[in-house]
Design a binder for this molecule. Structure first.
Ligand SMILES: [Zn+2]
Ligand SMILES: [Zn+2]
Length: 428
């Protein structure tokens, strides 16, 4: 069944089958697995989905001895061949427990970034503030110079918080599924508002949950994250609902520190009484007598451009209540389009409310603005909010600890589930 769904490119079918623990390693008469067929058909989305949570199928060969990556390459699906080849190499690194490179993706670059900031700050204190061949600082200028150190150090505290905090991981539901291995259709939250509304892409095949609309499964953390923004290798963590405020404060503090320390370093170099007049003589004087301060200034300007671009993009997104992931995949998310097909962010409550909610609470709640009732009537769309009473109205349905509804069906009712599945097989 999974092979047929992969062959046809029925994404919702593949998602549902994987959710129900379908065997993704099953082979047909030609020795092809679902991943082989997705690669042959050039379906990138299906390949990505089939690799989520398990990369074992990458090494499986069909009857002619070809792996999915080789088949994709043979069929000239270069993007897919590249994805499968890269994922296989990464998986082999990760599988090798003795390899330091294998642990790198999990460890991330947070220790490197921490060292860079500390070295940068030490250079500033040593070569700019306390430089023996530069005049002593006046009281006012000294306060400004040390303010830069203070802001950068404070930024490190929020860097640690962002890196170590739970970004908004959603509890997995794997154990319940393992208990029901014999009858996998026994537990599917078929009455969940998301499924009733046709949003089958909200099924996470790894965490075995129906994730909230703005959540996404992070392949590095291997968990679903609420209001997923992006996985930041520089902080070795996801940026999501619960640590976005820490991330934003960290980059803002560091940019403020870079501006102050850059201005202080430039002023110190330019006001050196021993410096000759003219740009070239002054530059050569600084490169011989104040090499530490000059290197600091060049690096500071370099870091400033990178970090300030990040601050501007994050601030713009916060003011519009949209995440980096939503911006990058805006065409893939149907909830970011209005009834007329135009792009429309239902969570944008206006710049003032978006910013004030973020400042006060540290995040914005996923409360959509209701679309014009006229528009809804035109298209026959049913607006089902996430926490609507509809879910609560199923008083006969047992709920688990996460508030998810578990609907128990026997085998005679299985056909009832084919309705929504078949109605959703049109390619998006
Ligand atoms: Zn997940
Ligand atoms: Zn992550």
């Amino acid at each position: 069944m999974a092979i047929g769904a992969a062959y046809k490119g029925f994404m919702d079918c593949i998602r549902l089958l994987l959710y129900l623990d379908a065997n993704r390693g099953c082979q047909d008469r030609e020795g092809c697995t679902p991943l082989h067929w997705a690669a042959i058909k050039g379906n990138l989305e299906a390949c990505t989905l089939l690799l989520q949570g398990s990369q074992e199928g990458l090494a499986v060969t069909d009857n002619s001895g070809l792996t999915p990556a080789q088949l994709a390459s043979e069929k000239n699906h270069r993007k897919i061949a590249f994805l499968l080849g890269n994922t296989r190499r990464l998986h082999e690194y990760r599988s090798n427990r003795n390899s330091c490179l294998g642990k790198l993706p999990k460890l991330g670059l947070a220790p490197v970034l921490c060292c860079v900031i500390v070295v940068h700050l030490t250079t500033y204190i040593h070569s700019v503030i306390m430089a023996s061949n530069l005049p002593k600082l006046t009281a006012g200028f000294g306060i400004l110079a040390w303010l830069g150190v203070f802001l950068s150090s404070a930024g490190l505290i929020w860097f640690y918080r962002c890196s170590s905090k739970d970004p908004g991981y959603i509890k997995m539901n794997v154990s319940d599924h393992q208990n029901l291995k014999d009858e996998p259709l026994l537990k599917i939250e078929a009455n969940h508002p998301a499924l009733l509304a046709g949003n089958w892409s909200q099924l996470c095949t790894t965490c075995k949950i129906i994730k909230p609309l703005r959540a996404k499964h992070c392949s590095t953390c291997d968990r679903c994250v609420e209001q997923f923004d992006h996985h930041c290798p520089w902080v070795s963590n996801c940026v999501g609902k619960k640590n976005k405020w820490d991330f934003f404060l960290f980059i803002v503090l560091e940019v403020m520190a870079m501006v102050i320390t850059g201005v202080v370093a430039m002023t110190r170099i330019l006001t050196d009484p021993m410096a000759p007049a003219g740009f070239s003589p002054m530059f050569s004087h600084a490169s011989t007598h104040h090499i530490g301060a000059l290197i600091f200034l060049i690096m500071d300007i370099f870091y400033f451009f990178g970090a300030s671009a990040l601050v501007v993009s994050q601030a713009t997104q916060i003011s519009r209540n949209i995440t980096t992931n939503e911006m990058a995949n805006i065409m893939r998310y149907s909830y970011l389009r209005g009834a007329d097909g135009q792009l429309r962010n239902p969570y944008d409550h206006g710049c003032w409310k978006n910013c004030s909610d973020f400042m006060i609470n540290g995040y914005n709640e996923d409360v959509p603005i209701a679309e014009d009732s006229a528009n809804s009537e035109e298209t026959g769309m049913i607006q089902i909010p996430r926490d609507s009473n509809l879910q609560n109205s199923n008083s006969h349905a047992p709920t688990d600890r996460n508030g998810h509804i578990a609907v128990h069906v026997n085998s005679s009712n299985i056909n009832a589930h084919h309705g929504p599945v078949h109605s959703l097989v049109q390619p998006r």
